[in-house]
Design a protein around this ligand. Structure first.
Ligand SMILES: Cc1cc2nc3c(=O)[nH]c(=O)nc-3n(C[C@H](O)[C@H](O)[C@H](O)COP(=O)(O)O)c2cc1C
Length: 252
C-alpha cells in the first residue's frame, strides 16, 4: 500500500509508547515510597564566582483587568529592537512566572502551579537590551529574587540560530529559556514526571504571556529549536538538566 502523509502520522513511535507507558492505571499506582534522604535540592545556585545582580522589588500592587488581558494576549513577533527594556519590567515578568507568592514554615509556593510542588523548572535569560544588565546569559533565582550572570556577551544571534534562525529571538530585548532539572520531579513521579515537567512549563509560559500583555510588551513562545545547541549555550548537560521551551519578549 502506498504510504500517505495521513497514515504516516498514525505510525506508532516513541511518543505513543511514552504516552502509553506513563499512563496511571489502578494496577500500576502505589508501591513506591519516597526516599526523603535523596530529595533533590529545590533551588539551583551557581557559586560565588558568578556575579549576582539584585532585581528591583516587583510592583505587585499594580492592577490590570484579567479578562481584558486574556482577550488581548497574542503571540507578538515584531519588536522595536532598538528600545531598551526597563529592569523593573523584567523583574515583574520574572516574578509573574516563578516568583515566590506564599510561604509556610518550610515551603515556598510560586506564581505558577507545579505538580507536587516540586518546581523542576529553571529560568535562564538571554539579555540583549535590558537596562542595567550587560548583554549575556543569566540564571534567575526565585528564592533570592536575583540574577546570576553566567556568560558575558550578546548571544542573541547564537540563540536565534539555535532557534532555527527565528528572527524574533535576535530582535527581542530578552528571551526566557526554561530548562528542567528532571530529578526534582522524577524523584517522586518517575517516568510520569516528564508529563508534569512539560505541563509546568506551559503554566509558566502562560503567566509570562499574560504579564507581558499587561505590561505592554510583546511575547512569543518558541518550541522550535535545536535542543543541544541551547543546552550548550546555557552550560547544562541536556540529560539531568535540559532545555524545554523558550519565549522571546520585546518592546512594542
Ligand atoms: C508550545 C508552543 C510552541 C510554539 N513555538 C513557536 C515557534 O517556534 N515560533 C513561533 O513563531 N511561534 C511559536 N508558537 C506560537 C504559536 O504559533 C501561537 O501561539 C499560535 O499561532 C496561536 O497564536 P496566538 O498565540 O497569538 O493566540 C508556539 C506556541 C506554543 C504554545
Amino acid at each position: 500500500m502506498k504510504e500517505t502523509g495521513t497514515n504516516r502520522s498514525c505510525q506508532k513511535g516513541i511518543g505513543d509508547k511514552f504516552q502509553e507507558e506513563t499512563k496511571y492505571t489502578p494496577e500500576k499506582i502505589g508501591g513506591h515510597s519516597l526516599d526523603w534522604n535523596r530529595m533533590p535540592e529545590r533551588y539551583k545556585n551557581y557559586d560565588d564566582s558568578f556575579l549576582k545582580v539584585p532585581l528591583p522589588d516587583p510592583e505587585i500592587r499594580r492592577t490590570a483587568d484579567i479578562w481584558d488581558v486574556v482577550s488581548r494576549r497574542r503571540s507578538l513577533r515584531r519588536y522595536a529592537s532598538r528600545r531598551c527594556m526597563p529592569l523593573e519590567q523584567l523583574a515583574m515578568l520574572l516574578w509573574a512566572t516563578q516568583g515566590i507568592t506564599a510561604e509556610s514554615r518550610q515551603f515556598q509556593f510560586r506564581a505558577a502551579p507545579s505538580a507536587g510542588g516540586l518546581y523542576p523548572i529553571e529560568t535562564y535569560l538571554m539579555a540583549r537590551d535590558v537596562e542595567g544588565l550587560e548583554p549575556g546569559i543569566y540564571h534567575f533565582r526565585p528564592h533570592r529574587f536575583d540574577l546570576e550572570f553566567l556568560h558575558k556577551g550578546d548571544c542573541s544571534v547564537s540563540l536565534a540560530n539555535a532557534a532555527l534562525g527565528q528572527r524574533i529571538v535576535a530582535d527581542a530585548q530578552t528571551c526566557f529559556i526554561w530548562t528542567a532539572v528532571v530529578e526534582r520531579s522524577k524523584w517522586k513521579y518517575r517516568q510520569r514526571a516528564y508529563r508534569y515537567i512539560y505541563l509546568d512549563a506551559g503554566h509558566i509560559a502562560q503567566n509570562l504571556y499574560l504579564a507581558a500583555t499587561a505590561s505592554g510588551l510583546g511575547c512569543c513562545g518558541i518550541g522550535a529549536f535545536f535542543d543541544d545547541r541551547v543546552n550548550v549555550l546555557l552550560g547544562v548537560d541536556g540529560v539531568e538538566e535540559t532545555v524545554l521551551y523558550l519565549a522571546s519578549v520585546g518592546c512594542l
